[in-house]
Design a protein around this ligand. Sequence first.
Ligand code: ADP
Length: 511
Amino acid sequence: MLASNISSQGRSLSSQLFSKRGLSLLRNQCFVDGEWRDAASGDRFEILNPVDRTVIGRVPDMGAADVSSAIDSAHVAFKNGPYSKTTAKERSDFLRNWYNLMNNHSEDLAQILTKENGKSLAESRAEIKYGNSFVEWFSEEARRINGEILQTPVAGRELLLLKEPAGVAALITPWNFPFAMITRKAGAALAAGCTCVIKPSEDTPLTALAMAELAAAAGFPRGTFNVVTTSPKNSALVGKELCENPKVRVMSFTGSTGVGKILYRQCASTMKRLSLELGGNAPFVVFDSADIDLAVSGAMASKFRNTGQACVSSNRFFIHDKIHDDFVAKFVARIKSEIKMGNGCTEGVTHGPLIKESQLNSVSELVNEALSKGAKLHCGGKALPDLGPLFFEATVLTDVTKEMKIYNTEIFGPVAVINKFSNEADVIKEANDTPVGLAGYFYSKDISQVFRVARKLEVGMVGVNEGAISCTEAAFGGVKESGIGREGSHHGIDDFVDIKYVCIGNLVDQK
Ligand code: ADP
């Protein structure tokens, strides 16, 4: 069943590139209304391996009309399909089946992920494990989406709050975590009883299509789980359709702040529920009481995970001047000894390339501008064309000033920008001096300072003496322009349910 649907063209191209196991989940069509479909136009676009820009697949370039049809299927499934009649326990069982299947196929999924995203196999395996933990979590949470019975202020009334699934959910996801960003949204949506239309990034749709294959095998009824793929040419129109189609009731998006703002505006037209996980500009502060080795380990994890392409990546390091030089020396030594860039499929490679040329150009320009204005380079600083067209060295810069673009921009690459500070009030002011607020990290052994600073940082998530903080139990999300809503945790369900108040009046006591 799982190896059913690869066209001969897709198979011959793919079989040269993927192992037999990874191949069994490769799909080159969209999954809509329980079947594999092409775009009505027949158009396709190429998926490239960022390691060497070779073509690893061709998937349908769906337009707004194709996506409207997918929304119709999800809407029919939501209103009248078998999923609309499921109990919470049955939804929990579907999610558990999906979790088990993805667990069994985790190596196949990791291979596909590495091929289309470029991250090392070790990182892909970690993402599959992390991402699948959301499916497991929401299979458990599905059974605890309870309503409330309220105290009534008026005699003879019973007041109930019911939690009902909001409707069709549109999920638009990015390329940096092609698996986990889908499970974090879809797990919650499906647990609540919503049906979904998922639009993965044009750079990494193959992981999403493999997940659809496993969702179908897990038994989700037709129309419940739909995946549509589009090229950049169609993304804006498809996005508009997902935002403005009245049959969609929830828009959940992870991606750039710029696109998030467009979707926010467009969703006003139909007053959709919105969940937006957008960009960050995370501060990483090391106070003079900190354990420097611990802080360096945290910096390695927080800065270089996914080659710096994560919204919770540390973007601005602030190191107390008493320990600054020591921290920089240790950090650079760890980078030189631990980071091995290359093809993510190769044993021993820790970090892959950037995802696309625009990312490479943006990172190179930020570094070059900072160097031209006097920043000091401690390691890295340039592209690595010998490894492939999209590699950029792990880089450390100090003596960065506010006039340099790199100080104020979400870098999204393996570049650490290190600043000095000498007092707590100043560093908190600097850390908060940005319109976004997703994650923030600091290292300190002073317990009063730990509470003070954790409360004062204007972010949605704080790591104290810890550089890798994401887990399914925690509420993930930001403040200010980093977005709206929380994913994961028991709060992750909230975006996908409506609360209905029921007042039963004129109840009569027995005479
Ligand atoms: P990045 O710049 O990191 O690629 P984006 O925010 O552009 O991040 O992309 C995240 C997701 O948003 C992807 O699935 C992409 O296709 C989608 N996207 C990009 N532009 C639009 C748009 N105008 N409307 C809807 N979705 C969009």
